[in-house]
Design a binder for this molecule. Structure first.
Ligand SMILES: Cc1cc2nc3c(=O)[nH]c(=O)nc-3n(C[C@H](O)[C@H](O)[C@H](O)COP(=O)(O)O)c2cc1C
Ligand SMILES: Nc1ncnc2c1ncn2[C@@H]1O[C@H](COP(=O)(O)OP(=O)(O)O)[C@@H](O)[C@H]1O
Length: 679
């Protein structure tokens, strides 16, 4: 490919097939369009030409607007167009005078004079010339006169390209460099010159090359720490990159970009380095001291090396869909009937980049035979024994590579668009888990017990939902249709970021079933992650499928596991008063069961407490181990306040007679889906 920067030096083109635009980032949408232009030129034995402008027209026409941020510099654009097999890139110097040509002058004095086009491929909404008065119609009008043909790019394709560019920018502003990569078809890059800093880095054992962006208009991703690659004298090195204003040092130098290169030593001052963003590791943090910063840097190095190694062995990047690589994993135990009814709804509502896996928990019915015969499109993982929900998923997910897992109960009917509504939440790298709205399959106007429109926690550690308090479920009248940051997402349809699931060692295996998702969400929130609900997606849950809601066994697991969950996750200072209060309240629940004649349930509470105390050493050990895992996985300050109320729902429900969520949580914090920023 030849890049031309001067109109007067252009060669004479033969049968030019040209397109005009800013092609910022030359992402997958652009790539498809460029491939078409190349093919058209080949068929006509002509030359493919991309015309673009530098500086960007917006910075000339609106010089006061400093919001313009570019995904690619002109040099990068040239490299990317060359990769697409384009013959010529013409970079037209954009000036005020150029913008003032009349539309017909633009056609005659610019397009026809310099390119003598055979074909002009142009978006349906393309405008040119003074006051943007020229359009596709005008190009068509002059076509017979000048002997070119106009090919209009349809609205749908143009819109897709625009939406893609916006998505990439938003992904980068949120630090989600993996998403940007899958939309762009290559990693995002930034080039900077190495300047001098305060020379503190070397004293910490981590010299950091301070980069000054070569092009000030280039988009700098969100503050945070990233695993990156860079090339120095022809060799590729891994490294970790910091973007932030160093809250630890409080030196008032504004935002800096600092790179520590692994396995390298040498003077980099005044050289130009290009970094390729591989993965977002965490957000910027104020640390207590330089020693704490040094410890954090050591942990970051471990994380960055792991991320770089994983990317090297990962399978090829996902196709041309926006969705993250997603695996819907259904854990099945003797649920052939449910599979037969509900799996077809999952298969029918799949979206690009999503696949279905059934993990069979050693069923004794003919589930596996049924799957093999009727659902050959579904992968099957056969577990050797029935490990329950928690350990079963831990085991199965060891065998599944994906960016997002959707853990789906076998008794859930999904609806069209459910994946497309929830998955974009994961553009925000701080979102670790999410759920759709869950309605009752057998009473579809009501919320379903497990999850409803998002899980919350009261100050004593009792869970409840938007749409369900204790046993009472509300009718869904759209009252909880806003997306929100919640405390826990239901295990019935649990969207979870795979890397965070594994970093926190998944579910607590001893739980067997019940409340394991609350515990995992709590740990994620303590590590700085967000848990979300997106009610624009709806699923219908049978519920009580494997264990009836009212069974003493369910009550036992419920009391036992919520006890353990609070014990492991509450702050140490709260534990002292919390245990006696909890005992008292569970005692009150036992009295209630006595009145209701549910004697089995009283036994459940007793057994739950006995089990808890008998295993106390295990829980003390687990608490310590989980705490250190959380510290290693930390991406920001804990987010345990969101979705937690500071009073008791038992008080609301039993003493004040409140049955609706909106009577307990008065000010719901509305969150627009997909725009929750990372930092
Ligand atoms: C991987 C990495 C992570 C960092 N994390 C933080 C951080 O969380 N908080 C902070 O204040 N500074 C952080 N820094 C910036 C350091 O404060 C800064 O690089 C160091 O003090 C060296 O500064 P110097 O280049 O001026 O010598 C980080 C730097 C790197 C390379
Ligand atoms: N592995 C490395 N990664 C980054 N910079 C390195 C490395 N080895 C040596 N250097 C040099 O050290 C400088 C950074 O050291 P540092 O003490 O942080 O000083 P400054 O505050 O000037 O950036 C870099 O600019 C580079 O010249």
């Amino acid at each position: 490919m030849i890049t031309h920067y001067q109109l007067d030096d252009l060669p004479v083109f033969h049968r030019a097939v040209l397109t005009i635009g800013s092609f910022d980032g030359v992402h997958r949408g652009h790539q498809q369009l460029l491939a078409r232009i190349r093919r058209m030129a080949e068929v006509r034995q002509g030359e493919s030409i991309v015309i673009t402008f530098d500086p960007h027209p917006r910075s000339v026409l609106r010089p006061d607007d400093d919001s313009l941020r570019l995904l690619s510099t002109t040099e990068e654009k040239a490299a990317f167009c060359a990769e697409q097999g384009i013959d010529h890139l013409v970079v037209v110097p954009f000036t005020l005078a150029f913008s003032q040509q009349s539309p017909t002058e633009y056609i005659e004095q610019f397009l026809v004079r310099y390119f003598a086009p055979d074909r002009i491929v142009i978006g349906y909404d393309h405008h040119f010339g003074k006051d943007r008065a020229g359009n596709v119609e005008l190009l068509r009008y002059w076509a017979p006169h000048h002997g070119y043909e106009v090919v209009e790019i349809a609205a749908q394709e143009v819109n897709q390209i625009t939406v893609s560019s916006t998505k990439i920018r938003n992904a980068l502003f949120a630090g989600n460099v993996s998403r940007a990569r899958s939309l762009m078809g290559r990693s995002y890059e930034l080039t900077g010159r190495v300047v001098r800093g305060q020379q503190i880095g070397r004293t910490l054992g981590f010299p950091t090359a301070n980069l000054q962006c070569v092009n000030p208009l280039k988009l700098v991703p969100a503050k945070g720490i990233y695993a990156v690659r860079t090339r120095i004298e022809g060799r590729v090195y891994g490294g970790m990159l910091y973007i932030g204003n160093r809250p630890t040092l409080e030196d008032g130098r504004g935002t800096t970009i600092e790179l520590n290169v692994f396995d390298f030593s040498g003077d980099l001052y005044d050289t130009e380095l290009t970094v390729e963003f591989v993965e977002h590791l965490r957000g910027d943090l104020p640390l207590k001291s330089l020693e704490a910063l040094q410890q954090q840097l050591k942990r970051d190095e471990v994380g960055a090396r792991r991320a770089l190694a994983a990317k090297e062995t990962a399978p090829a990047e996902a196709g041309d869909s926006d969705n993250p690589d997603t695996a819907i994993v259904i854990l099945n135990y003797n649920g052939r009937g449910f599979l037969q009814t509900y799996l077809p709804t999952v298969v029918a509502n799949l979206e690009p980049n999503c696949r279905v896996i059934v993990a069979d928990n050693a069923s004794t019915d003919d589930s596996v035979a049924y799957l093999r015969a009727e659902h050959p499109e579904t992968e099957v993982i056969e577990l050797a024994e029935n490990l329950g929900f928690a350990a079963g998923y831990n085991e199965a997910l060891q065998q599944v590579t994906a960016e997002v897992y959707v853990l789906l109960n076998s008794d859930v009917r999904v609806t069209p668009g459910w994946l497309g509504a929830v998955l974009p939440l994961f553009d925000d790298p701080l979102v670790a888990a999410a759920q759709p709205k869950v309605l009752a399959e057998h009473d579809p106007e009501r919320f379903e017990y497990a999850g409803a429109s998002g899980g919350y926690l009261d100050f004593l550690g009792y869970p409840f939902c938007r749409g369900r308090l204790f046993g009472h479920t509300e009718r869904d009248e759209g009252q909880y249709d806003c997306a929100a940051e919640i405390f826990w997402a239901t295990g019935a349809a649990f969207f979870v970021r795979a890397s965070v699931f594994h970093a926190l060692q998944g579910f607590e295996p001893e739980y067997f079933a019940h409340a394991e998702e609350i515990d995992l969400c709590w740990r994620m929130k303590r590590a700085g992650y967000k848990i979300m609900v997106e009610p624009a997606a709806t699923v219908y849950h049978v519920g009580g499928g494997t264990l009836a809601y009212d069974s003493p066994r369910k009550a036992y697991l419920n009391f036992r596991n919520t006890l353990v969950t609070s014990f492991k996750n509450e702050q140490t200072s709260r534990l002292f008063w919390w245990v006696p209060v909890r005992l008292l309240l569970d005692g009150a629940a036992a009295l209630l069961f006595l009145v209701q004649g549910k004697f089995g349930h009283i036994g459940s509470i007793l057994r739950a407490h006995l089990h808890f105390y008998a295993n106390l050493p295990l829980w003390v050990y687990r608490r310590a181990r989980r705490n250190s895992e959380i510290e290693l996985a930390r991406v920001g300050p804990p987010r345990t306040d969101a979705g937690r109320v500071s009073d008791s729902i038992a008080l609301h429900y039993y003493l004040l007679g409140h049955q609706r969520f909106s009577e307990v949580v008065i000010d719901q914090v509305e969150v627009e889906a997909g725009v929750a920023a990372a930092n």
